[in-house]
Design a protein. Sequence first.
Length: 253
Amino acid sequence: MKKLLSAKNVIISILILIGIWQLAFVISDYSEALFPSPLMALQALIEMIKDGTLLDSIAASMYRFAIGYGLSVIVAVILGLILGSLPRVFKYVDPALQLLRPISPTAWMPFVVLLFGIGDLPAIVIIFIAAFFPVLLSTVSAVSKINDIYFRVSDNFGIKQPALMWKVILPAAFPQIANAIHLALGSAWIFLVAGEMVGAQSGLGYQIIDARNNIRADILLATILVIGLIGLLLDFLIGLLEKRILRSWGGEN
């Protein structure tokens, strides 16, 4: 019942957004070529589905996203668990992380393109950077806040490293880590599109630039809508995975 209500809320919210879009189209003085209606965007979406460009773009973007985001989360969590368990080491690493963290991933884009050229790799690197720092720092923070009683009990049962890391530290810190992974997904998806606008010749980001160059605002807006819907779906799926893992470790339902 709860899931049905949630789906209903999403549908109503999207319909309201489309209604505002249609109203803006009706009352605006812009040409249809510059500001198309929802119906025109839908027709462009159908056109892209029929000629296969949409599926090709989605496949290219999801491939880059899966690699960049997946690698970033794995590396950030492992490194965060290690640094969180070594506070004396982390106090020397933290200033460098705080220096790099505020730099926008897109600021690295020219350098990344110079190093790796045009293709999949620049977008993957940008996604990696976008997700890395939030997950890393949240993981370190989560480990540092684990109650000492977990370690005392583990010591009484003779649990040592590396079993301590995977059986005690990770499950205890996971709720905060999962929240960071969830938030980082949104940032990574945003910067995937930004990366594809500069460093790729395929994907949803590139399709936006191509539509702009060809003055196809209907395709541009249809692509933006697809990007939003995929982001919504990814957010929902990561939420389900998070709840399942928490449930398996005896966390909240």
